[in-house]
Ligand binder design. Structure first.
Ligand SMILES: [Zn+2]
Length: 473
C-alpha cells in the first residue's frame, strides 16, 4: 500500500500552493476542464449545508420566505439600473443562441438577481398593504472573471443565497440591513470560528446600484483580508428604475425601500485558510461533517476484543457522525495522517491496553492534545472536547487579529504595514483609494464605531473616516 502523500509545502512559506494542496487532499474540491468552475465534493458541500441550515432557520424567524427565480435575465431588464449594469457588465456571461438560431434578445446568466426580481416586485407591489416583501433564494450565480480564479475564493460559478426585500420606510430597511449583517457575523464567529470585521464599504467599493453596502470582512493568517458577506441598502434606486410603486394610506404613489444581501461558498475557502495547518485541513467542529474517527489498534491475537469494544464506542457516539476505520492493510500511523489531513476534529484510538483499562484515547486535531477517557464517559467527553476546540479556534483567531492590527500614523508606516502583511486601521479622507491600491492594498470597510482624527494617513487631507486597509484576495 503506498503512503498517501501529505501536504508538501508550509502554510507560512508558500500559502497559495499550500491552499491548493489542502483543498484537494482533504477532498473538498476537484478541478474540471472549465477554468474557474470546480466540483464541491461531499466534505465541502456538508459545510455549506451546515451554514444553510443555520441561516435558513434564522431568516425565517425574520419573516423571509424562500422562492426561486430563473437564472436567465433578459438584457433589457439588466440595463434598467445604469450603475448596476456598468458594475457587472465586464463579467456577465451571455446566452446568445438556441441551437443555431440567434435569440432576439440575449439573456444574461445571473451574476446576481436584482434586475429580474425587481421586475416581479413591480407586479407584486400595489398597495402599502403588500409590504414588506421579504424573499430569499439559494442558487448558483455566474461571474465570468478573467483574472486568476481560485477554488472557493474567486470562481466563475458559485453557490450563495441572495435575499431581496422591500419596505415602506427607510428606517425598517436600514434596520434589516443590520439584522442580516448580525446573522453573517454569527456565521463567521459562531460557526466558522472567525472574528468578523463589521462595517460600511467605501463609496467606490459598495455594490453597483446601492445607497450603501455593509460587509463582514475577515483577516487571514496569510496577511490578506477577504470579504465574507454583504448586506446592501439599495434605497429607492432599483424601485425607481423598475417602476416599483405602491399606493400609501393617503392614496399617493410611493417607491419602497429595497435591500439585498448574500453570503456564498467563498466562505468555505476563507475558513480553510483561517484554521488549517501544515498537516492539512482544520474544521471548526460545528461545521465538520464527521466529528470524530475511531481507529482500532489491533494485533492478530486480540483483534476480536479490540474491534468489539471499538464498535461499542462507535454505537455510543451515534449522534456525532463518527467514522469507523477498521480498514486492513493500513498502519495506525498511516490512518492518523490521513484523518488529520482531512480535518476530522477528534481521533479516538483504542488498543489492547485500553480495552484492559476500559478506556480510549482522544486526540484533538487542532492542538494534538491527547487524553485518556473512560469508555463510560465517551459521549459527554467528546461533546466537551468539540466545544472546547470550537472556542479555542475562535480565541486563537482573535489573538492573531489583535496582534496583527496596526494603527499607522503616516504613509511610510502604512506602506510598511501593508508590505508586512498586517491589517491597518487608518484615519482616511474618503477619497485617495487609487493611491492605496498603488501600495498593493485595498480598503475593506469602515467600522460602525467611528472616531476619525487629524489628517488622512495616506494623502494628508482632513480625515473623515476610519477604515481598515490591507492586502486582499
Ligand atoms: Zn486621503
Amino acid at each position: 500500500m503506498s503512503m498517501a502523500e501529505g501536504i508538501t509545502v508550509k502554510k507560512a512559506e508558500n500559502p497559495s500552493e499550500w491552499y491548493t494542496q489542502v483543498i484537494q487532499k482533504a477532498e473538498l474540491i476537484d478541478y474540471t476542464d472549465v477554468s474557474g468552475c470546480y466540483v464541491f465534493r461531499p466534505r465541502s458541500f456538508a459545510i455549506w449545508e451546515k451554514l444553510r441550515e443555520f441561516f435558513d432557520c434564522e431568516i425565517k424567524k425574520l419573516g423571509v420566505q424562500n422562492l426561486y427565480f430563473p437564472m436567465f435575465i433578459p438584457e433589457s431588464f439588466f440595463k434598467k439600473e445604469a450603475e448596476h449594469v456598468e458594475g457587472f457588465a465586464p463579467e456577465v456571461a451571455w446566452v446568445t443562441h438556441s441551437g443555431n438560431t440567434e435569440l432576439k434578445e440575449r439573456l444574461a446568466i445571473r451574476p446576481t438577481s436584482e434586475a429580474i426580481i425587481s421586475d416581479s416586485f413591480r407586479k407584486w407591489t400595489r398597495s402599502w398593504k403588500d409590504l414588506p416583501i421579504k424573499v430569499n433564494q439559494w442558487c448558483n450565480v455566474v461571474r465570468w472573471e478573467f483574472n486568476n480564479p481560485q477554488p472557493f475564493l474567486r470562481t466563475r460559478e458559485f453557490l450563495w443565497q441572495e435575499g431581496h426585500t422591500l419596505f415602506v420606510t427607510k428606517e425598517d430597511a436600514d434596520k434589516e440591513v443590520m439584522d442580516i449583517l448580525e446573522l453573517y457575523r454569527r456565521i463567521s464567529e459562531e460557526l466558522y470560528a472567525m472574528p468578523a470585521l463589521l462595517g460600511k464599504k467605501s463609496e467606490k467599493e459598495k455594490f453597483a446600484g446601492a445607497d450603501y453596502t455593509t460587509s463582514v470582512e475577515c483577516f487571514l493568517p496569510t496577511g490578506k483580508a477577504i470579504q465574507l458577506a454583504t448586506s446592501h441598502a439599495l434605497g429607492q434606486n432599483f424601485a425607481k428604475a423598475f417602476e416599483i410603486e405602491y399606493t400609501d394610506a393617503n392614496e399617493e404613489k410611493q417607491h419602497p425601500y429595497q435591500n439585498s444581501w448574500g453570503i456564498s461558498t467563498r466562505s468555505i475557502g476563507v475558513m480553510v485558510i483561517m484554521h488549517s495547518d501544515d498537516k492539512g485541513l482544520v474544521v471548526p467542529p460545528r461545521v465538520a461533517l464527521n466529528k470524530a474517527v475511531i481507529v482500532p489498534i489491533t494485533t492478530k491475537k486480540v483483534n476480536e476484543e479490540v474491534i468489539k469494544k471499538a464498535k461499542e464506542v462507535y454505537r455510543e457516539l451515534k449522534g456525532f457522525n463518527v467514522i469507523f476505520d477498521d480498514r486492513e492493510g493500513y498502519s495506525p500511523g498511516w490512518k492518523y495522517n490521513e484523518w488529520e489531513m482531512k480535518g476530522i476534529p477528534v481521533r479516538i484510538e483504542i488498543g489492547p491496553k485500553d480495552v484492559e483499562k476500559d478506556q480510549v484515547v482522544f486526540v484533538r486535531r487542532d492542538n494534538g492534545e491527547k487524553v485518556f477517557v473512560p469508555i463510560l464517559n465517551v459521549k459527554e467527553r467528546l461533546k466537551e472536547m468539540l466545544e472546547d476546540m470550537q472556542g479555542v479556534l475562535l480565541d486563537n483567531a482573535k489573538s492573531f487579529l489583535k496582534e496583527n492590527t496596526l494603527f499607522p500614523k503616516n504613509k511610510e508606516e502604512l506602506k510598511t504595514a501593508v508590505n508586512d502583511g498586517k491589517l491597518s486601521l487608518i484615519n482616511w479622507c474618503g477619497g485617495c483609494e487609487e493611491s492605496i491600491k498603488e501600495l498593493g492594498a485595498k480598503t475593506l470597510n469602515m467600522p460602525f464605531d467611528q472616531n476619525p482624527k487629524g489628517s488622512c494617513v495616506n494623502c494628508g487631507s482632513k480625515a473623515k473616516f476610519e477604515i481598515y486597509v490591507s492586502k486582499s484576495y
